[in-house]
Design a protein around this ligand. Structure first.
Ligand SMILES: [Cu+2]
Length: 582
């Protein structure tokens, strides 16, 4: 163990509650992006990080539903100091390498090369409120970055149900490094519906922002504390050996023997977690957890965690009620059982066992130390938590395929059916045989961020987006502006897809219905699409208009072209534009 587990106490980020000076004017906040030095673990030297307001994670911004808040995001990051992250590409391990020779399991660089382009970066940032209904100009369009000394204005209506959102950097091409440097924080919206439940609050409501990290070493192998973004030649995603919760590696939290509300966010670049709670004997006590909310707020009713554990891909959130009463005087470990890269398949290891073959050298996340004292806690969770209605049938359906091209570039292929007049096309097409047995041929109309915008959405309409994963890994699919509903997860045989042509030799074919977990049936802004799955989501565009993005939330994928624009426009404007829009 390179660092003592559970040594340091969990820190909780400070809370900023914006208030307005005068009636009717929006509350205002000034949030500075500043360089800072923090200890990620008490046995480490200080680490250079970039922060919001000097805190890692940034301060939690807490607002009321409907509270109008204006934020000045001030880039006050230093121009002359080196970029706080060393980007390094390690040589692939030999085919017969032992797990402890897989570079991403090891702290420090090993054999490989430093990415000098990253070393030469200067501060360039843009802030996105993830999960927020935000006007397009304030949404943090990836190309609209601010240099040091410049300010980005954010105007947030917070006109949505109570939820845990998060703000983070979204700068074009370098989001993975800027977020990794520390530019992320939580944003909590409160409302009356949630308050009526009398959920644990104050020091009994704890946010847990989970992120993996790697650290550089001296030639002797001592950890320097410097942030190291190490990938491998053939694994572009970052997976680090150390797990940080709220900016501390493997922390512990003393808790009373009562119920707690834990608000969990996976803020990792690429690592998916499957979280299991273990008692002192290594026995799973995950049954002590009920999930009450997800990305977009409260679920209609509380649900159990899936037996194998709570899966959270990057950017997904879980609102949990954890009952520590049966565990007086015990220590409980929260562990990860998901290997990386994540494919959606279950683990073969006993929970808490290292799985270095799958880049999980240290499964620990954090420890809860339950007090021996008896506490009076009479909260009984109601069976109905919040209002929920299914979205109406869609006006429009769209299909996008997740494709890894032969050069390893990951892309989003927007697909359109081949019309009769196009049947002579020489371009490769993707044939899909659906549940009904009908085969449709599609052509790719865009695949890269720079390609033409195709998706023009009528304001007020409901759409279904179908996401077909033709790659070998799970991708968390994120849409800006809206909270959506996952409606189905179907399994397809995708063997007929040929990445070298971008087309199919035999149709991609429906093989059966998969399952959405109970905790995926609430409001979501990020949904996992496992290999060979076609996941459908329903979205109603009833708030703002303008240009937004959808993308994979593995930050290395988002930066390497798994990101596309879409535009919401008033329906009469679309009609006036005629064919051009559709
Ligand atoms: Cu992806």
């Amino acid at each position: 163990m390179p660092l003592t587990r559970f040594k340091d106490r969990l820190r909780v980020p400070p809370v900023l509650r914006p208030t307005c000076d005068r009636q009717r004017s929006p509350a205002t906040l000034a949030v500075h992006m500043v360089a800072h030095r923090v200890r990620l673990h008490s046995e480490l030297p200080p680490t250079d990080v970039w922060t919001y307001e000097g805190h890692l994670p940034g301060p939690t911004i807490e607002v009321r539903r409907g509270q109008h808040v204006r934020v000045e995001w001030i880039n006050a990051l230093p121009v002359r100091r080196p970029y706080p992250v060393t980007a390094f590409t390690a040589e692939d391990p030999a085919a017969d390498a032992a797990p402890d020779q897989i570079p991403q399991n090891l702290p420090g660089r090993g054999r490989g090369r430093v990415n000098e382009a990253v070393a030469a970066l200067r501060p360039w940032t843009v802030v996105h409120l993830h999960g927020g209904r935000v006007a397009a100009v304030y949404d943090g369009w990836t190309e609209n970055g601010a240099a040091s000394g410049q300010t980005i204005l954010g105007d947030y209506s917070n006109d949505q149900r109570a939820a845990l959102l998060w703000y983070h950097d979204h700068a074009m091409g370098i989001t993975r490094f800027n977020v990794y440097s520390g530019l992320a924080g939580l944003w909590i919206i409160r409302d009356a519906e949630e308050e009526a439940l009398g959920l644990p609050a104050g020091r009994y409501e704890i946010p847990l922002l989970i992120q993996d990290r790697n650290l550089d070493t001296t030639p002797n192998g001592d950890l320097t504390g410097r942030l190291l973004h190490k990938v491998e030649d053939n694994t572009m995603e970052f997976f680090g050996p150390f797990t940080m919760v709220n900016g501390t590696i493997w922390p512990h939290l003393p808790v009373e023997s009562r119920q707690y509300r834990l608000r969990v966010l996976n803020g990792s670049n690429a690592r998916t977690y499957r979280l299991v709670l273990l008692d002192g004997n290594g026995r799973s006590v995950t049954g002590a957890i009920r999930q009450i909310g997800t990305d977009g707020g409260l679920l209609a009713r509380p649900v159990s965690i899936p037996p194998a554990g709570l899966v959270l891909a990057p950017a997904e959130r879980a609102d949990l009620l954890v009952d520590f009463r049966p565990f007086r005087g015990e220590r409980l470990r929260l562990v990860n059982t998901a290997g990386s890269p994540f494919h959606g398949s279950p683990s073969n290891q006993a929970p808490g066992t290292p799985d270095p073959t799958n880049r999980l050298p240290y499964p620990d996340v954090m420890e809860f130390r339950v007090s021996g004292q008896r506490v009076n806690d009479t909260l009984v969770l109601p069976e109905r938590l919040a209002s929920f209605r299914r979205l109406p049938p869609p006006d429009v359906e769209r299909l996008v395929a997740l494709v890894e091209e032969v050069d390893g570039m990951l892309t989003l292929h927007e697909l359109e059916p081949v019309s009769v007049s196009e049947e002579h096309l020489t371009q490769p097409t993707i044939a899909v045989t659906g549940e009904s047995g009908v085969t449709t041929r599609y052509r790719t109309v865009a695949a890269h961020f720079r390609d033409t915008t195709n998706w023009f959405v009528a304001h007020g309409s409901t759409e279904v987006w179908r996401i077909l994963n033709l790659t070998e890994d799970t991708h968390p699919f994120h849409v800006h502006l809206v909270q959506f509903q996952a409606t189905s997860r179907d399994k397809y045989n995708v063997d007929g897809f040929d990445a070298s042509t971008g087309g199919t030799t035999t149709p991609v074919t429906f093989v059966g219905h998969g399952t959405l977990d109970a905790n995926e049936t609430g409001w979501k802004d990020t949904v996992r699409v496992n290999p060979g799955e076609l996941v459908s989501i329903a979205l109603t565009f009833d708030s703002y208009t303008g240009r937004y993005m959808y993308h994979c939330h593995l930050l290395e994928h988002e930066d390497h072209d798994m990101m596309r624009p879409f535009v919401v426009m008033p329906a009469p404007v679309l009609a006036a534009m005629g064919d051009m829009a559709m």
